[in-house]
Design a protein around this ligand. Structure first.
Ligand code: HEC
Length: 140
């Protein structure tokens, strides 16, 4: 049993190594991983003056809000209580509301967003933190 307790942390290390450590790394992760996915898959709807259901993902200030039911969309450190994660994991039904019905987030993209929230949901201030709808090859 004692041996198992010693081995356990070693088994957990590979899972954590994907998460960046410093703020510079977190910013890089946001800009290269998080921002493109949100811009290509979410901003078309979650944007502007009347976004559904009041979730506007175009800036940190508008994204870190609560739902009409009082739940956090993005709860830093806690993907399980973040409505954003619930929505994208809802049996794949939510992202399938995309303009093109055959488009959904991949398991990798869902995992990436979960990890980003688990690691504190770093979202830079200023220009870098502003999101705009963006077309992509998968979602033209
Ligand atoms: C085609 C338009 C559209 C796109 C694209 C879209 N959404 Fe939504 N979203 C909606 C609508 C409409 C609602 C309200 C109805 C609902 O909850 O399904 C909603 C609701 C939500 C909610 C609240 C869910 C709840 O349980 O209250 C979250 C969080 C959310 N979306 C996140 C996202 C994320 C993250 C993406 C990108 C991966 C995304 N949405 C892409 C239209 C869209």
């Amino acid at each position: 049993m004692r041996r198992l307790l010693f081995i356990l942390p070693l088994l957990l290390i590979p899972a954590c190594s994907l998460v960046p450590g410093t703020d510079a790394e977190r910013e890089h992760y946001f800009l290269t991983e998080v921002k493109p996915v949100l811009q290509q898959h979410c901003l078309a709807c979650h944007n502007g003056a009347l976004p559904p259901p009041s979730l506007n993902l175009s800036s940190k200030a508008t994204a870190f809000t609560r739902s009409p039911g009082g739940r956090e969309y993005i709860l830093p450190g806690d993907p399980c209580c973040s409505l954003l994660v619930s929505a994208i994991q809802r049996g794949g039904t939510h992202p399938k509301m995309m303009p093109r019905k055959d488009v959904s987030l991949t398991e990798d993209q869902i995992g990436m967003l979960r990890e980003w929230i688990e690691d504190g949901a770093y979202w830079p201030e200023g220009e870098k933190g502003l999101l705009k709808p963006q077309k992509s090859r998968e979602n033209p």
